[in-house]
Design a protein around this ligand. Structure first.
Ligand code: ZN
Length: 461
């Protein structure tokens, strides 16, 4: 069963940093070589399937567009001085710009320039996927320095041709018959929190899941946002309708607060394990109710699929000042923050894995614990130490017969014996008692060994 124990978090932080450095400069979009290169770097670490969906493929109400690739782009003044060059920042070009090579007046050029006067040092991120045009983005400061009397030579050497959309997926197989989704998007160019952080976290989480046996199956999906998720759903409709829930991993490494965007249900299994994770680990966070604006949960939770999908974030999209600007760069985020949020996702999954229901084999009254060595020798001497520590990442409960029974153990045994009617899950008991899932899981195992409980399989989600 998957648990968060035994991982080398410092190594994972170094790996996250290495991935950030390699992936950040790549110019990604919803199609093209940037996504291919990104996925091939991830494939060096995990054996993920990389697939292609040809341009023109119909996916429900959408069509996969022509593939976009770009080689160079710049603006020069009349003397040939280069005023802006894509090679220094891929946000300088409107993503999906059509090719252009022309000499324009300032008035003509300004129609194609996007800036953010409110953040004059930032270059905005703009896209034009389905409306064929071209454009440049730049710092408002730089725009103000352009002479109004000059003519400008603009060049964008891009192509929009029949090609394909690239995505990746991987199934981590389990035995429970339940499958959960972990999806992220990889279509943004050099933007760190949104969403290189999510892509890197997802790759590392896949690696952690693959390194242990899991009870449930996990479907890891890395797609360009919106069109990629829609294409993926249309290609995997039957399998996707069977999913029990999932997460869309996005904006996980900024300096701001952790947050949780609820699934459309708000009380699905994934929501509940997320709430327990934040509570048990004592992580301060903001709750964002489900909203129809956001990421690919919109597609995954559409009426035909209705997968409850939540998002654990750190500095959620829309909420931070540098969102969709060049200031969302590698100095805005950190590898340590990625790994901090990775632990939260891993802890959510650990709870999904531990969540079972049991049936009491001694349902008449409470069992006599003393004769099974499950009660302290001296009655009344037990210290009630519930809530003594909230560091349940690192707590490995000692399950040996010599273990000293604590007040917390007695509480866990009492509640488990009381609640185990075959329908009440460990998560139900954790919510009711505030006892950590790990303690309940370990204690349930012990009660099974003593023939006091029998597992009846995972609860209905
Ligand atoms: Zn975005």
């Amino acid at each position: 069963m998957f648990s968060v124990d035994g991982f080398d978090w410092p190594r994972l932080t170094r790996d996250a940093d290495d991935l950030l450095q390699r992936l950040f400069p790549i110019c990604r979009s919803i199609t093209g070589n940037g996504v291919r290169e990104t996925l091939s770097i991830i494939k060096e670490r995990i054996d993920i399937h990389v697939g292609e969906v040809p341009s023109g493929t119909t996916c429900y109400d959408w069509t996969v567009p022509d593939e976009w690739n770009i080689r160079e782009a710049w603006i020069e003044d009349a003397s040939g001085n280069r005023l802006l060059d894509f090679k220094y920042n891929n946000l300088y070009v409107v993503n999906y710009s059509a090719p252009v090579d022309a000499v324009l007046s300032f008035q003509e050029l300004r129609e194609h320039i996007h800036t953010m006067p409110e953040l004059p040092d930032a270059t905005p991120y703009r896209t034009s996927y389905y409306n064929r045009t071209w454009g440049f983005c730049m710092e408002h400061k730089r725009f103000l320095s352009l002479s109004r009397d000059e003519s400008y030579h603009v060049k964008i050497d891009s192509s929009l041709e029949q090609g394909s959309l690239t995505y990746a997926d991987l199934i981590v197989p389990g035995t429970s018959g339940k499958e959960f989704l972990i999806s992220t998007y990889c279509c943004h160019p050099s933007l760190a929190n949104d969403n290189l952080s999510g892509t890197v976290l997802t790759a590392l989480l896949a690696e952690l899941l693959l390194s242990k046996k899991t009870f449930h199956s996990y479907r890891i999906v890395i797609v360009p946002e919106t069109i990629g998720a829609i294409a993926y759903l249309s290609m995997n409709e039957t399998a996707m309708r069977n999913l029990s829930g999932g997460f869309v991993v996005t904006t996980v490494a900024g300096p701001g607060k952790h947050g949780y965007k609820q699934s459309f249900l708000g009380n699905s299994l994934v929501d509940r394990v997320a709430y327990r994770t934040f509570d048990e680990l004592g992580v301060d966070h903001v709750i964002y109710p489900f909203s129809i604006n956001g990421s690919d949960e919109r597609q995954y939770s559409a009426p035909h699929f209705r997968i409850p999908v939540g998002t654990v974030t750190k500095d959620k999209y829309y909420e931070y000042e540098y969102y969709h600007t060049s200031l969302d760069n590698l100095s805005y985020i950190s590898a340590a923050n990625i790994v901090g949020t990775l632990k939260l996702y891993a802890s959510c999954i650990e709870k999904l894995e531990m969540n079972r229901s049991y049936k009491s084999l001694m349902p008449y009254c409470e069992p006599m614990l003393g004769k099974r060595n499950l009660y302290p020798k001296l009655g009344g001497a037990v210290k009630q130490n519930v809530g003594e520590s909230n560091d349940h990442y690192s707590t490995v409960y000692d399950c040996s017969p010599e273990r000293v029974i604590t007040g917390e153990d007695l509480d866990a045994m009492g509640w488990l014996m009381f609640c185990s009617d075959g329908r009440t899950s460990l998560l139900d008991i954790a919510e009711r008692t505030n006892l950590p899932m790990r303690l309940l899981h370990m204690t349930a195992q012990r009660l099974v060994e003593h023939d006091l409980l029998a597992e009846v399989g995972g609860p209905e989600s």
